[in-house]
Design a protein. Structure first.
Length: 137
């Protein structure tokens, strides 16, 4: 089973487009209209990667990332925005956001970014059967 990708965006058209695109590439995806809806969902604990809009009513994507971190939830977060700024991007990356992408999104860049975020968050098996350090392949 593919890892669960959570999509949090207040724009239904964006949510639906991302959901279709990710599913067409074999991912399991769940959509949420707000950060609060995601935080209160049963999908939170099983989420392998979060894609969140930067600007949303209520809790923003950056605030959502901070909220999850403050609760010990370490899900790789990809922030997306129609109005990117270099200062906002620097702030997001400095607090551990996996990536900050501008809309309209390149399908290939988003797919590569999701795969990289998931791969970088998987635990590494530090000991092989022989006792030598070896990452899983």
């Amino acid at each position: 089973m593919e890892p669960l990708i959570a999509i949090v965006d207040d724009d239904k058209a964006v949510r639906d487009a991302l959901h279709r695109m990710l599913r067409s590439h074999g991912f399991t995806a769940a959509v949420f209209a707000s950060a609060a809806q995601f935080v209160n969902s049963d999908d939170l604990s099983g989420t392998a990667c979060l894609i969140a809009d930067v600007r949303m009513p209520g809790m923003t994507g950056l605030a959502l990332h901070r909220h999850l971190r403050s609760r010990g939830v370490r899900v790789p977060t990809i922030l997306i925005t129609a109005r990117p700024t270099s200062g906002e991007k620097r702030r997001a990356l400095s607090i551990g956001v996996a990536s900050y992408l501008a809309k309209p999104l390149s399908e290939q860049i988003l797919l590569d970014t999701v795969r990289e975020a998931i791969d970088n968050s998987r635990p590494v098996d530090n000991l092989s059967p022989t006792g030598q350090g070896s990452p899983r392949g």
